[in-house]
Design a protein around this ligand. Structure first.
Ligand code: ATP
Ligand code: MG
Ligand code: FE
Length: 361
């Protein structure tokens, strides 16, 4: 089975080909630099950019692989959550292709795509605990199979990635700032007195990162020299960290606080749930070195196998969409052409991941 994956949910335009569970080729265009000037994604610009680059990427993919549009059995597209205008660009493209070629259309939950992405690199076993930490979400899932996920907990306010990006903005670091905070933090030692481990003094499986962000903002207010006078280029950040130990210390403390909060709740979920065979950590924040390190020691402590996607599979990409689409197609699921986009922030039914409107075919 040959699957085309399409990802346009936020500010990455991606296309990928997955064949018999293997990634054959992919194209990825990121709009990071375009939105960096605004300190965040501008939705209108994002959808226009998807529209502009999608066809050139498609032509390049066909040329590189020697495939023709009718060579795909399945067209899988990220249907949400994401920015509505951006999602509609991908959905329109997917529907047009499915209509023209007769390929099966599958709308993929972008978040489930993040969680299943490491399946491209190793075998996933179920039941497992999924920790999804991305730019818009921070959630725990009980994954019973690739097509069955139940959400156990979620952030009450900011997502972990959003908190990283907001801290980066306060420090005048380029957008998206998570990887720069990671980079700077790696040069310093966390100070547990500096920032609190947020929202762990309770019995639930939810997260809250806005308090941590506020604590960091207050620290910066008290030490205004921490804010960089001019936004550096991305390749200047490490050198700046070497010259500013106080900045590295703040970033290390932030990395540590986020990683600890995630691990404390993940441990709680592992203790409460049915015996998980794997601990899957996914989404952009799964690229964070403190998160990876802390999750590795948690997995060891709990005797569960840790699954971390390689760095390029953590942030948005179309390979994860194609791979997830392949699993749904194998399970006999698919969508009609009336498939709708599900924007970010809309209340999702609890079983959104199970594609309640999918039709067996
Ligand atoms: P969602 O998947 O929730 O819709 P998104 O697609 O925008 O949101 P992702 O692409 O999964 O999110 O991840 C992007 C986020 O990951 C950004 O907030 C970015 O700062 C963060 N991020 C990327 N690398 C790192 C890192 N090394 N450390 C911390 N955060 C990181
Ligand atoms: Mg992005
Ligand atoms: Fe994402």
């Amino acid at each position: 089975m040959r699957v085309l994956g399409i990802e346009t949910s936020c500010d990455e335009t991606g296309l990928a080909v997955v064949e018999e569970g293997q990634l054959i080729a992919q194209e990825l265009a990121t709009q990071g630099a375009m939105h960096s000037v605004f300190g965040g994604v501008v939705p209108e610009l994002a959808s226009r950019e998807h529209l502009r680059v999608l066809d050139p990427l498609w032509q390049s993919l066909l040329q590189r692989t020697g495939l023709a549009p009718e060579d795909f059995d399945v067209v899988a597209v990220a249907r949400g959550p994401g920015l509505l205008g951006s999602l509609l660009v991908g959905l329109g493209f997917a529907k047009g292709l499915a209509l023209a070629t007769g390929a099966r259309l599958i709308g993929v939950n972008h978040l489930l795509g993040h969680l299943l992405a490491p399946g491209l690199e190793r075998e996933l076993c179920f039941p497992s605990l999924g920790v999804l930490v991305s730019g818009g979400h921070s959630q725990l899932y009980a994954l019973n199979s690739p097509t069955e996920a139940t959400m156990l907990g979620s952030t009450l306010d900011d997502a972990a990635g959003e908190a990283f990006d907001k801290l980066a903005k306060l420090l005048n670091l380029p957008y998206p700032g998570g990887k720069h905070i990671d980079e700077l933090g790696a040069l310093g030692v966390p100070d547990p007195e500096l920032l609190p481990i947020p929202y762990v003094d309770n019995r639930n499986l939810d997260f809250s990162f806005s308090g941590l962000k506020t604590a960091a903002a207050q620290h910066i207010q008290r030490h205004p020299d921490l804010r960089l006078p001019a936004m550096p280029d991305v390749d200047e950040v490490t050198e700046i960290g070497r010259q500013r130990p106080e900045l590295s210390r703040l970033c290390a403390s932030f990395n540590h606080a986020v990683a600890r909060a995630l691990c404390i709740k993940a441990k709680r979920a592992l203790e409460r749930g049915p015996q998980a065979r794997q601990l899957i950590v996914a989404g952009g924040v799964a690229a964070n070195s403190a998160v990876r390190r802390e999750m590795a020691s948690l997995a060891q402590e709990m005797g569960v196998e840790l699954v971390l996607p390689s760095l390029s599979l953590c942030t948005d990409n179309a390979a994860m969409v194609a791979y997830t689409g392949a699993l749904f197609a194998e399970a006999g699921l698919g969508h009609d052409l009336d498939l709708e986009a599900v924007p970010r922030g809309r209340q999702l039914p609890w079983d959104y991941c199970r594609f309640p409107n999918a039709e067996a075919s």
